[in-house]
Design a protein around this ligand. Structure first.
Ligand SMILES: Cc1cc2nc3c(=O)[nH]c(=O)nc-3n(C[C@H](O)[C@H](O)[C@H](O)COP(=O)(O)OP(=O)(O)OC[C@H]3O[C@@H](n4cnc5c(N)ncnc54)[C@H](O)[C@@H]3O)c2cc1C
Length: 490
């Protein structure tokens, strides 16, 4: 086929949670998207069993929560195995739990398809070249090899990303030091240990998945990283479980057995020319606190509207580069918090004093609030330039505004993934200042039910990803912020 024909604005490689979320976000922003996924159908297996408070809010901002058919959030969580109540921080919780990753992927795939994403399964990415106008990808399809052409390509192809390798991204970090097992066990009943339990020889976790299946995780001190070329068998996992807990589960079986490690790496840049990375392709780490999928989804929400703005032609100078600028530090923090949790939770005798000190520190409310902010991802604050309003750079909290049409939740206002001006004082000057951007920024007049959240601001500018880009009272400064984030008025 002729590679000079543009097949889409953006090619996404990999239909995991990050790629699917990105596909939906790009479609909301008006970009044409092809997603190539090497698997012919989803595996149905689930590494993750939930997501963080901020990932849940991100789904809520797009109206996706009802599709999960009821989400339960857990107030009790942990940091490095030391348990505490996350609701010490306003709006925080330990996340939505008990939601298999396969379910999250199914919800996101259905949504992305409804929005018009072109998802090609059984299409394996093999190679790419880029030039000043676009990217050409070579794909192995059921009908043979073909080339696809797009203006940008995003690698969301997971921790072993081929896109990352071929496009020449560096991926510094530390190799795996320990190997751990995961199994979905059937045919025996296992006492739950939802948040994990330290035992003399390591750490074990167990949670019922329903229909007689129990998810177990086994981390044994001194266990080396598994040989990735072979899948562990259930007998190995059962033997390790018995060594750690004394419980014999060898009479049962497993629907799925897998292994994972604490390898910790991050791409040193998230963009090389017209190729970008998101999700596990950009960062890998110990799965402590259920943060990987959640971070990938938030990478996608950060990147989607920016990349769509570029291909739609209204992006202000430098907008796309703020993706690396904003998300790389978040990824770096994720790596350091999971490494710290691994040291506290999975270390042997030598980390006992650290654990004891940690348990004392977590007794302090400011420490709890700090750590709840880190793991829930509610503490993310992007650099939005000058200004000292407490909401600047932070996510718009889910609150209720009373508008002429009645009460409305702030997440609902973000369903279309447009920018948002909240006119909180029914000020015609605010509406006039925002009028030139009405093709990409919606203005809503309303009175907040709890005005203290807005700390004296009479207007707030929110980006499509739900982060506050400006808050204040001066309409000239609002217009400057609109120019900065949303380009030239139409
Ligand atoms: C034990 C464990 C528990 C976890 N629990 C949680 C949790 O509770 N909450 C949480 O938030 N995170 C959790 N995680 C992390 C989470 O599973 C990952 O962070 C998440 O899957 C990353 O999503 P992704 O879309 O970036 O990558 P992936 O899910 O790896 O998806 C990548 C996709 O790309 C496809 N692909 C790869 N190569 C190609 C190619 N060449 N061509 C085409 N397609 C390709 C793959 O088939 C796959 O579908 C856990 C991880 C582990 C190991």
């Amino acid at each position: 086929m002729d590679a000079d024909v543009t097949d889409a604005d953006v090619i996404i490689v990999g239909a995991g949670p990050t790629g699917l979320m990105l596909a939906g976000e790009l479609r909301l922003g008006g970009a044409d998207v092809i997603v190539t996924e090497r698997l012919e159908r989803p595996t149905g297996q689930s590494r993750g069993l939930g997501f963080t408070a901020r990932a849940l809010e991100s789904f809520d901002q797009r109206g996706l929560v009802p599709r999960f058919g009821g989400l339960e959030t857990s107030p009790m969580g942990h940091f490095g195995g030391v348990q505490f109540d996350y609701t010490v921080l306003e709006d925080a919780h330990f996340g939505a739990r008990g939601i298999p990753q396969s379910r999250t992927e199914a919800v996101l795939e259905e949504w992305a398809l409804e929005l018009g994403a072109d998802i090609r399964r059984g299409w394996e990415f093999l190679d790419l070249t880029q030039d000043e106008n676009g990217v050409t990808a070579t794909i192995d399809t059921p009908d043979g090899e073909r080339r696809l052409r797009a203006r940008y390509l995003v690698g969301t192809d997971g921790g072993h990303s081929l896109v990352r390798r071929i496009a020449g991204f560096s991926f510094p970090g530390t190799d795996a030091t320990r190997g751990m097992y995961l199994a979905d066990v059937v045919g025996c009943s296992i006492p739950p240990r939802f948040l994990g339990e330290r035992v003399p020889a390591g750490m074990v976790m167990a949670a019922p998945l329903g229909e007689g299946v129990d998810r177990i995780i086994v981390c044994e001190h001194g266990a080396p990283p598994a040989d990735r070329s072979r899948t562990p068998d259930f007998a190995e996992v059962a033997a390790a479980w018995q060594r750690l807990t004394g419980e014999d589960i060898s009479g049962g079986g497993a629907d799925w057995v897998s292994s994972f490690t604490d390898a910790t790496r991050q791409a040193s840049e998230y963009r090389r020319g017209r190729v970008l990375l998101a999700g596990d392709a950009a960062h890998i780490h110990l799965p402590a606190g259920g943060q990987g999928l959640s971070t990938g989804v938030q990478d996608a929400v950060n990147l989607g509207w920016k990349l769509a703005a570029v291909v739609q032609g209204w992006a202000p100078e430098g907008l796309l580069d703020t993706y690396h600028g904003e998300r790389h530090p978040v990824g770096a923090r994720l790596l350091s918090n999971t490494l710290a949790q691994g040291t506290v939770f999975l270390g042997g005798e030598e980390s006992e004093p650290l654990r004891a000190l940690f348990a004392e520190l977590i007794g302090l409310d400011p420490v709890k609030r700090y750590l709840a902010g880190v793991v829930s991802h509610l503490d993310v604050r992007y650099n939005m330039g000058d200004g000292d309003h407490p909401l600047l750079g932070r996510r718009l909290p889910p609150r209720v505004l009373t508008t002429a049409a009645g009460p409305v939740g702030t997440p609902e206002l973000l369903h279309p993934a447009q920018g948002l001006v909240l006119d909180l004082a029914d000020d015609p000057e605010v509406r006039e200042a925002a009028a030139g951007w009405k093709d990409r920024v919606t203005t809503v007049t309303g009175v907040p039910r709890d005005p203290e959240v807005f700390a004296g601001a009479t207007a707030v500018l929110v980006r499509p990803d739900g982060y506050v880009a400006w808050a204040g009272t001066n309409t000239d400064s609002l217009a400057a912020a609109l120019h900065h984030w949303f380009g030239t008025p139409a």
